[in-house]
Design a protein around this ligand. Sequence first.
Ligand code: ZN
Length: 114
Amino acid sequence: MPIYEFRCEDCGRITSHFTRKADASLAAPCEHCGSADTRRLVSSFARSFSRAEVLERYGDPGTDGSATDIRDPRQIGSWVEKRFDEYGIDMPESAREMIDAAREGDLPDPVKNL
Ligand SMILES: [Zn+2]
């Protein structure tokens, strides 16, 4: 099932939208402030930025010898960047912004609950 993400032009937060079919013209209102002024993002990475889902997708970072502590937001950024680099994937804009925000101390909600 495709997952679309929308960045709110008013409050800047991300809304995830699940849909049964791909539709390039799909639009969704902001779930945070209700604004209809949203812009679709290209990736679905940001919604998966919880510890459990990251571990499921990429494996436990503690077992590969790098011993990074992903509870440290700066280490989350480094680790994710390293994984993207290893897989030869361009960092999605939403992930890039989330990492930058984490480095500023503004953790995404799933990370706060670690
Ligand atoms: Zn909003």
